[in-house]
Design a protein around this ligand. Sequence first.
Ligand SMILES: Cc1ncc(COP(=O)(O)O)c(C=O)c1O
Length: 401
Amino acid sequence: MAFIAPAGTPISFGTFSAGLARGVMQPSIDARLAHALAQHSGHQRCWLMSTGRAAMVIALQAMRDAVGDPRRTEVIVPAYTCYSVPASVIRAGLQPRLCDIDPSTLSMEVQALEQFDFSRVLGIVTANLYGIPNQLDAIERIAKRAGVLMLDDAAQSLGASLGGRPVGGFGDVGLYSFDKGKNITSLEGGALIASDPKLSARIEALHSALPATPFTKTAMTIVKLGAYSLLLRPTLYDFVRQLPGLGLGKTKWEDDYPIQQYSRPLAGFTHSLYGQLQSLSKRRRDNANSLSAALRAVPGMQLIEPPVGSLPAYTRLPFLVTDASRRDAVIAKLNDAGIGATASYPSALCDVPEVARTLPQSDLTMPAAQRVANSIVTLPTHPYCPSDLPARVGQTLSSIK
Ligand SMILES: Cc1ncc(COP(=O)(O)O)c(C=O)c1O
């Protein structure tokens, strides 16, 4: 049976070989990629790193050093986001604080954020999950007014914009990821972008002290990238997803990842795919729009509303159902129909033990994030989605009693 992978980016043989050739033959390909990403974000500088997690740790350490106030140790993160975010906050020696989200947008609840006690806060981190921009203009205003820094986490949102401004370009420092489920990918990799001279000088110092990614690791990643480019196809993905030990789509807590520079050969792939960013994002957006229309016709499906003036990149299409047991039924039915629907992160961050034990009592209940964790479903939007996918999703969901 053909099975549509939950997320991913098609890499044609031409893109793969062009990426490999650029990565191996062009010594300045990493500088060219960094330049392109800085220009894209509207920031002045860009640094490439081994993962988005590594980039986040470096960003937070640089923010702490640039602010230079030992009392400012708290970092506000949305109560529903990737576990890598609080893991990086803790890894940077800082304290995560949670802000509940608005389930209709998945953005931090603006009123809750406004009411925060900012006296010990170093910065605010956004989420922009599934390529949907958060209310970045409001968050930026709040951060400025409170005198704290803002890290615009665009790990899932390269290619999205709000009010004509690229996601990742809001606030003081932005972050992109090139991990496997992202809009463009080299299976691993991350980037920071920033403009402020003091912050940039600290990022530069921390980045230049990082070790290189070992060559053997890069070689392994290139082999995996070749396999990924073949196996993401629906006709082969059904076989891949049944292989034991791959743990595809599983969310686990991980805080001992390497913090290294990005490997130049991988920059060749990302640079090749970067040239397709506009068309990839448009394709994902078109797929998400047709899927949204199909979901609107089924009672009980709640779509996430992107902010007015935004252009999402939709690395996936999220929606909410009424409760956890219905969610499990929806995912099981869609999977049986060969559609890679997933439940995304299984818990709000207040319910992740490694985060909970660091939190003050006031952050241990986040009702909206907890409801989202129990009721979210995400659908694939990548270019391997067939044109009859919306109709199939609609039929499958309508058949659930
Ligand atoms: C919102 C968000 N931030 C940060 C990261 C970390 O990126 P990476 O997987 O490249 O380490 C991720 C990864 O999925 C993410 O989704």
